[in-house]
Write a protein that binds this ligand. Structure first.
Ligand code: PGA
Length: 253
Protein backbone atom coordinates (compact mmCIF):
# COMPACT_ATOMS: atom_id res chain seq x y z
CA UNK A 1 0.00 0.00 0.00
CA UNK A 2 1.49 3.29 -1.13
CA UNK A 3 0.64 6.39 0.90
CA UNK A 4 -0.58 9.03 -1.58
CA UNK A 5 1.26 12.32 -1.73
CA UNK A 6 0.67 15.88 -2.82
CA UNK A 7 3.77 18.05 -3.02
CA UNK A 8 3.66 21.78 -3.69
CA UNK A 9 6.61 23.25 -5.58
CA UNK A 10 6.49 26.96 -4.93
CA UNK A 11 9.39 27.64 -7.31
CA UNK A 12 10.87 31.17 -7.10
CA UNK A 13 7.81 32.70 -5.48
CA UNK A 14 7.05 34.29 -2.09
CA UNK A 15 9.03 36.46 0.28
CA UNK A 16 9.49 35.08 3.80
CA UNK A 17 6.44 37.05 4.89
CA UNK A 18 4.31 35.79 2.01
CA UNK A 19 5.45 32.22 2.65
CA UNK A 20 4.52 32.31 6.32
CA UNK A 21 1.17 33.93 5.52
CA UNK A 22 0.41 31.20 2.99
CA UNK A 23 1.38 28.43 5.40
CA UNK A 24 -0.69 29.97 8.19
CA UNK A 25 -3.69 29.91 5.89
CA UNK A 26 -3.13 26.32 4.76
CA UNK A 27 -2.12 24.71 8.02
CA UNK A 28 -5.48 24.33 9.78
CA UNK A 29 -7.13 23.08 6.60
CA UNK A 30 -4.37 20.62 5.66
CA UNK A 31 -4.23 19.25 9.19
CA UNK A 32 -7.80 18.01 8.84
CA UNK A 33 -6.91 15.77 5.90
CA UNK A 34 -5.61 12.30 6.72
CA UNK A 35 -4.02 9.32 4.98
CA UNK A 36 -1.85 11.39 2.69
CA UNK A 37 1.60 12.98 2.75
CA UNK A 38 1.31 16.74 2.30
CA UNK A 39 4.59 18.34 1.37
CA UNK A 40 5.31 22.00 0.70
CA UNK A 41 8.54 23.16 -0.92
CA UNK A 42 9.06 26.90 -0.38
CA UNK A 43 12.26 28.72 -1.41
CA UNK A 44 15.37 28.05 0.73
CA UNK A 45 15.15 31.39 2.55
CA UNK A 46 11.75 30.51 4.02
CA UNK A 47 12.44 26.95 5.15
CA UNK A 48 13.44 27.85 8.72
CA UNK A 49 10.46 30.13 9.32
CA UNK A 50 8.03 27.64 7.78
CA UNK A 51 9.54 24.82 9.81
CA UNK A 52 8.72 26.75 12.99
CA UNK A 53 5.19 27.45 11.79
CA UNK A 54 4.39 23.81 11.04
CA UNK A 55 5.75 22.42 14.28
CA UNK A 56 3.23 19.86 15.52
CA UNK A 57 1.44 19.84 12.16
CA UNK A 58 1.12 16.96 9.71
CA UNK A 59 2.57 19.14 6.94
CA UNK A 60 6.01 18.07 5.73
CA UNK A 61 8.72 20.23 4.29
CA UNK A 62 10.82 19.94 1.16
CA UNK A 63 13.49 21.97 -0.64
CA UNK A 64 13.58 22.64 -4.36
CA UNK A 65 17.24 21.98 -5.04
CA UNK A 66 20.56 21.11 -3.40
CA UNK A 67 24.26 20.86 -4.23
CA UNK A 68 25.99 17.50 -3.96
CA UNK A 69 29.02 18.44 -1.83
CA UNK A 70 28.74 18.46 1.95
CA UNK A 71 30.57 21.76 2.55
CA UNK A 72 33.28 23.98 1.14
CA UNK A 73 34.05 26.76 -1.30
CA UNK A 74 30.91 26.60 -3.43
CA UNK A 75 29.62 30.16 -3.26
CA UNK A 76 25.87 30.38 -3.21
CA UNK A 77 25.19 26.68 -2.85
CA UNK A 78 23.33 24.76 -0.13
CA UNK A 79 24.35 21.25 0.96
CA UNK A 80 22.26 18.23 1.95
CA UNK A 81 23.74 18.44 5.45
CA UNK A 82 22.43 21.97 5.85
CA UNK A 83 19.00 20.85 4.74
CA UNK A 84 18.92 17.74 6.90
CA UNK A 85 17.94 19.87 9.92
CA UNK A 86 15.24 21.68 8.04
CA UNK A 87 13.34 19.39 5.76
CA UNK A 88 12.61 15.82 4.78
CA UNK A 89 12.27 15.95 0.97
CA UNK A 90 14.30 17.51 -1.84
CA UNK A 91 13.16 18.00 -5.41
CA UNK A 92 15.97 16.95 -7.73
CA UNK A 93 16.31 17.37 -11.48
CA UNK A 94 13.29 19.55 -12.10
CA UNK A 95 13.09 20.33 -15.82
CA UNK A 96 13.50 24.05 -15.10
CA UNK A 97 16.85 23.27 -13.53
CA UNK A 98 17.81 21.10 -16.47
CA UNK A 99 16.70 23.81 -18.91
CA UNK A 100 17.87 27.07 -17.29
CA UNK A 101 20.78 25.86 -15.17
CA UNK A 102 22.17 23.20 -17.48
CA UNK A 103 21.72 20.34 -15.04
CA UNK A 104 22.78 17.14 -16.71
CA UNK A 105 21.84 13.57 -15.89
CA UNK A 106 25.27 13.13 -14.28
CA UNK A 107 24.73 16.11 -11.98
CA UNK A 108 21.25 14.88 -11.08
CA UNK A 109 22.80 11.53 -10.19
CA UNK A 110 25.40 13.14 -7.90
CA UNK A 111 22.65 15.06 -6.15
CA UNK A 112 20.50 11.96 -5.69
CA UNK A 113 23.44 10.07 -4.16
CA UNK A 114 24.27 12.99 -1.85
CA UNK A 115 20.67 13.40 -0.72
CA UNK A 116 20.29 9.70 0.05
CA UNK A 117 23.61 9.75 1.94
CA UNK A 118 22.28 12.58 4.10
CA UNK A 119 19.17 10.54 4.93
CA UNK A 120 16.84 12.84 2.99
CA UNK A 121 14.17 11.80 0.53
CA UNK A 122 14.66 12.82 -3.08
CA UNK A 123 11.73 13.65 -5.34
CA UNK A 124 13.35 12.86 -8.68
CA UNK A 125 11.73 14.66 -11.63
CA UNK A 126 11.86 13.09 -15.06
CA UNK A 127 9.94 13.89 -18.22
CA UNK A 128 10.17 14.24 -21.97
CA UNK A 129 10.12 17.41 -24.04
CA UNK A 130 7.42 18.13 -26.59
CA UNK A 131 9.52 17.20 -29.63
CA UNK A 132 10.52 13.94 -27.94
CA UNK A 133 6.90 13.19 -27.17
CA UNK A 134 5.84 13.92 -30.74
CA UNK A 135 8.61 11.73 -32.10
CA UNK A 136 7.29 8.83 -29.99
CA UNK A 137 10.44 8.80 -27.85
CA UNK A 138 8.86 9.26 -24.42
CA UNK A 139 9.70 5.81 -23.05
CA UNK A 140 13.21 5.87 -24.43
CA UNK A 141 13.87 9.28 -22.83
CA UNK A 142 12.41 8.25 -19.47
CA UNK A 143 14.38 5.01 -19.40
CA UNK A 144 17.59 6.93 -20.09
CA UNK A 145 16.83 9.57 -17.45
CA UNK A 146 16.16 6.84 -14.89
CA UNK A 147 19.33 4.97 -15.81
CA UNK A 148 21.50 8.10 -15.49
CA UNK A 149 19.82 9.47 -12.35
CA UNK A 150 19.96 6.22 -10.44
CA UNK A 151 23.46 5.04 -11.38
CA UNK A 152 25.16 3.70 -8.26
CA UNK A 153 21.98 3.88 -6.17
CA UNK A 154 21.74 0.44 -4.56
CA UNK A 155 18.44 0.61 -2.84
CA UNK A 156 16.19 3.62 -3.54
CA UNK A 157 13.78 2.95 -0.72
CA UNK A 158 12.98 6.55 0.14
CA UNK A 159 12.98 7.80 -3.44
CA UNK A 160 9.89 9.37 -4.96
CA UNK A 161 9.59 9.91 -8.68
CA UNK A 162 7.65 12.75 -10.30
CA UNK A 163 6.81 12.21 -13.95
CA UNK A 164 6.56 15.69 -15.40
CA UNK A 165 6.28 15.99 -19.17
CA UNK A 166 8.07 19.26 -19.90
CA UNK A 167 5.35 20.43 -22.28
CA UNK A 168 2.73 20.17 -19.52
CA UNK A 169 4.57 22.27 -16.92
CA UNK A 170 3.13 25.74 -16.42
CA UNK A 171 1.33 25.61 -19.75
CA UNK A 172 -2.22 24.92 -18.60
CA UNK A 173 -2.08 21.82 -20.83
CA UNK A 174 -2.04 18.83 -18.51
CA UNK A 175 -1.26 15.44 -20.02
CA UNK A 176 -3.97 12.90 -20.73
CA UNK A 177 -4.64 11.00 -17.51
CA UNK A 178 -4.98 7.54 -19.09
CA UNK A 179 -1.84 8.03 -21.10
CA UNK A 180 -0.05 9.23 -17.96
CA UNK A 181 -1.19 6.13 -16.12
CA UNK A 182 0.43 4.00 -18.82
CA UNK A 183 3.62 6.04 -18.76
CA UNK A 184 3.86 5.78 -14.99
CA UNK A 185 3.21 2.05 -15.32
CA UNK A 186 6.18 1.96 -17.68
CA UNK A 187 8.34 3.82 -15.14
CA UNK A 188 7.30 1.31 -12.45
CA UNK A 189 8.29 -1.58 -14.73
CA UNK A 190 11.68 0.01 -15.30
CA UNK A 191 12.18 0.35 -11.55
CA UNK A 192 11.22 -3.30 -11.13
CA UNK A 193 13.83 -4.28 -13.72
CA UNK A 194 16.51 -2.06 -12.19
CA UNK A 195 15.72 -3.18 -8.62
CA UNK A 196 12.87 -5.50 -7.72
CA UNK A 197 9.12 -5.87 -7.93
CA UNK A 198 8.85 -5.07 -4.27
CA UNK A 199 10.71 -1.77 -4.59
CA UNK A 200 8.68 -0.84 -7.67
CA UNK A 201 5.37 -1.65 -6.00
CA UNK A 202 6.27 0.43 -2.95
CA UNK A 203 7.66 3.41 -4.81
CA UNK A 204 5.49 6.47 -5.05
CA UNK A 205 5.29 7.94 -8.53
CA UNK A 206 3.59 11.30 -8.93
CA UNK A 207 2.39 13.21 -11.94
CA UNK A 208 3.23 16.90 -12.40
CA UNK A 209 2.22 19.45 -15.02
CA UNK A 210 -0.68 21.93 -14.87
CA UNK A 211 -2.47 20.14 -12.06
CA UNK A 212 -5.31 22.09 -10.46
CA UNK A 213 -8.39 21.49 -8.33
CA UNK A 214 -10.46 20.74 -11.46
CA UNK A 215 -8.26 18.08 -13.01
CA UNK A 216 -6.60 16.32 -10.04
CA UNK A 217 -9.42 13.80 -9.61
CA UNK A 218 -9.07 12.28 -13.07
CA UNK A 219 -5.35 11.75 -12.48
CA UNK A 220 -5.51 10.21 -9.03
CA UNK A 221 -8.35 7.93 -10.09
CA UNK A 222 -5.72 6.14 -12.17
CA UNK A 223 -4.17 3.24 -10.27
CA UNK A 224 -0.51 3.94 -11.09
CA UNK A 225 -0.61 7.65 -10.15
CA UNK A 226 0.10 8.12 -6.44
CA UNK A 227 -0.45 11.87 -6.30
CA UNK A 228 0.89 15.06 -7.80
CA UNK A 229 3.74 17.53 -7.78
CA UNK A 230 1.91 20.82 -8.09
CA UNK A 231 3.45 24.12 -9.20
CA UNK A 232 1.26 27.18 -9.79
CA UNK A 233 -1.80 25.82 -7.98
CA UNK A 234 0.23 25.16 -4.81
CA UNK A 235 0.52 28.92 -4.24
CA UNK A 236 -3.22 29.27 -3.69
CA UNK A 237 -4.25 27.93 -0.28
CA UNK A 238 -7.79 26.85 -1.10
CA UNK A 239 -6.80 25.29 -4.40
CA UNK A 240 -3.89 23.34 -2.92
CA UNK A 241 -6.04 22.15 -0.03
CA UNK A 242 -8.69 20.99 -2.48
CA UNK A 243 -6.08 19.03 -4.47
CA UNK A 244 -4.85 17.33 -1.29
CA UNK A 245 -8.39 16.59 -0.14
CA UNK A 246 -9.53 15.07 -3.42
CA UNK A 247 -6.39 12.93 -3.58
CA UNK A 248 -6.91 11.60 -0.07
CA UNK A 249 -10.59 10.90 -0.71
CA UNK A 250 -9.98 9.06 -3.97
CA UNK A 251 -6.86 7.16 -2.95
CA UNK A 252 -8.15 6.47 0.54
CA UNK A 253 -11.12 4.49 -0.73
P1 PGA B 1 2.75 23.48 -12.74
O1 PGA B 1 4.25 23.03 -12.34
O2 PGA B 1 1.82 22.76 -11.84
O3 PGA B 1 2.74 24.97 -12.54
O4 PGA B 1 2.57 23.08 -14.17
C1 PGA B 1 4.52 21.72 -11.95
C2 PGA B 1 5.97 21.59 -11.61
O5 PGA B 1 6.79 22.25 -12.24
O6 PGA B 1 6.36 20.83 -10.70
Amino acid sequence: MRVPMTAGNWKMNTTIREATDLVSEMRPLLDQIENIDKVICPPFISLAAVKELIRGSSIKLGAQNVYFEEEGAYTGEISPLMLADLCEFIIIGHSERRQYFNETGELVNKKILAVLRAGLKPILCIGERLEENEAGKTEEILAEQLRLSLAGVDYPRSLIIAYEPVWAIGTGKAANSKQTNETIGFIRCKIAKLYSDEIAQNMRILYGGSINADNIAEFVQQPEIDGALVGGASLKATEFVSIVKQTSQIKGR
